[in-house]
Ligand binder design. Structure first.
Ligand code: UN1
Length: 511
């Protein structure tokens, strides 16, 4: 029947309970055990995870520190081969991973498929990029007789702190980049999605990443994240999550004794789409709905603020109201489902509070009825609200809520200023059949990723390197040709090779 789960895999794993814990030097340790429940139905347990304690954290740091010299000197080809092997294993285990993403993170089957695809792409892309980057570059010739060489090397222990919204793709993206560049890694998954992370690390070990080179520490930011980022033995931090947490990490790094180390952060957004009167309402609406509501709006790339030129606004809003009614909300493991749950009770409460507030100060366009059964999980009704200004949004609202603002053609400059005034700069959507107009907007809005006449989510590794500016992150872009450069240190070696010859001559003269 239509409601039948998509994959036979859902049957295979229907009774599976996953377990996870700190994976330190290849040993799974015990700790404070948490029950993992499904965001779709909180009466369903997915498994259990033991959070890392201070002892596990210390052992992981000692192990990763001791492993660094050996891993850094392992030829880049060997590291790259292990990542290619990991990509193979992710593909071989894709069904389990998709089911796990669905059950632990409440992601739709389609999103689960995309997660595995993206994780595989990251492994293969960084394997190739690392070999290119490590190849000895040509330097300008110096004084004759000197040999000048440039070497790249990993920085030490990279702490990789990843988000729950891409529990496999971004988890693997960070880890594979850091490993490819020659770092050892301590991975801390989001506390909501430790089971996916644990499976991924097991597969990485199976692929040949040494067990002390990749350590896994599940737990909260307050315990595990803060201990790791405060540790003076670490060599860098790669973080994806909220802007607030990135700033907290920055302050922690600044207060450490020891080396000054990089923070690579990919954070929030207040992503806009600008639609002018030359665009086609049906196409616009298609892209708006997928950018705002799929993945329950839980992508940092998702559309939050839709600017509609007034001549076309009524028409787009009308078509959009109808299109929203077509969204299927419910069990993420059904293939027909477009919108699943949000991640947890706190997210649901915060989003609902925002919907109540913004529908009062703005004008409600549409708020979908939640179907029967959704009260068992963390569901939030997809909602569209018309507001007057982006300034009415004090922060990013990470869920299925779209804000709509009308603008006059003569005020386009103000629209650009308003978007730039948020300080965020992640994605921008543009709909226009006037190419000059679209390119001008693309140029003037300060963002990392611009999408013209399409949706503004789903950046593909190597195709649309992803990452923002300002409050949205440090760059360089994940899945792009420059990403690995911040995971390494550089050393030049200038060797006046004539000196030895000269010396020999002197000695012979002295004889
Ligand atoms: C994120 O939501 O943290 O472009 C990143 C996309 C994804 C990346 C989103 N590839 O939607």
């Amino acid at each position: 029947s239509e409601s039948e789960p998509f994959f036979a895999a859902l049957e295979t794993y229907s009774a599976t309970q996953w377990t996870a814990g700190p994976l330190v030097n290849g040993q799974t340790l015990t700790g404070d055990v948490q029950t993992v429940v499904s965001p779709f139905d909180t009466s369903l347990t997915v498994g259990t995870v033991a959070f890392a304690d201070a002892k596990a954290i210390e052992q992981a740091v000692v192990g990763a520190d001791a492993a660094f010299g050996r891993w850094a000197r392992t030829p880049v080809e060997t590291r790259a081969n292990a990542l290619q092997k990991l990509a193979d294993l992710l593909e071989e285990n894709r069904e389990e991973l998709i089911v796990l993403c669905t059950r632990e993170a409440g992601k739709s089957i389609q999103d689960g498929i995309d997660e595995v695809r993206e994780a595989v792409d990251f492994c293969r892309y960084y394997a190739v990029q690392a070999k290119k980057m490590m190849a000895k570059p040509e330097l300008l010739p110096g004084p004759t007789g000197e040999l000048n060489e440039l070497f790249l090397q990993g920085r030490g222990i990279f702490v990789c702190i990843s988000p729950w919204n891409f529990p496999l793709a971004i988890f693997i993206g960070q880890v594979s980049a850091a490993l490819a560049a020659g770092n050892t890694v301590i991975a801390k998954p989001a506390e909501q999605t430790c089971l996916v992370g644990y499976r991924a690390v097991q597969l990485a070990h199976e692929a040949g990443i040494p067990k002390d080179v990749l350590q896994f520490l599940p737990g909260t930011g307050a315990v595990v994240g803060s201990a790791l980022t405060a540790d003076e033995r670490i060599g860098g931090v790669c973080f994806t999550g909220s802007t607030g947490t990135a700033k907290l990490i920055n302050r922690t790094l600044a207060n450490r004794d020891g080396a000054i180390i990089p923070l690579i952060a990919e954070t929030g957004g207040q992503n806009a789409m600008v639609v002018d009167s030359t665009s086609q309402p049906e196409q616009v609406v298609n892209d708006v709905v997928s950018s705002s509501f799929t993945s329950a709006g839980q992508r940092c790339s998702a559309l939050r603020v839709l600017f509609l030129q007034e001549d076309i606004a009524d028409r787009v809003i009308e078509v959009m109201k109808g299109a929203m009614e077509q969204l299927v909300i419910g069990d993420p493991s059904f293939v027909k489902t477009d919108v699943g749950p949000v991640i947890d009770a706190t997210a649901k409460a915060n989003l609902n509070a925002h919907i109540d507030h913004i529908s009062q100060v703005g004008k409600l366009i549409n708020k979908l009825e939640l179907p029967a059964g959704t009260e068992k999980g963390h569901f939030v009704a997809p909602t569209a609200v018309e507001i007057d200004s982006i300034k009415m949004l004090e922060k990013e609202h990470f869920g299925p809520i779209l804000h709509v603002i009308r603008y006059k053609a003569a005020d386009l400059g103000k629209v650009i200023d308003e978007i730039n005034s948020t300080g965020f700069g992640l994605t921008l959507g543009i709909h226009s059949r006037n190419e000059g107009h679209a390119l001008n907007l693309a140029d003037k809005v300060n963002v990392g990723n611009v999408y013209i006449n399409r949706n503004q989510i789903g950046a593909v590794v190597g195709v649309q390197p992803f990452g923002g500016q300002g409050l949205s992150g440090t760059g360089p872009k994940a899945g792009g040709p420059h990403y690995l450069t911040r995971f390494v240190t550089e050393k030049t070696r200038t060797n006046n090779i004539t000196a030895l010859g000269g010396n020999a001559t002197l000695l012979s003269l002295g004889d």
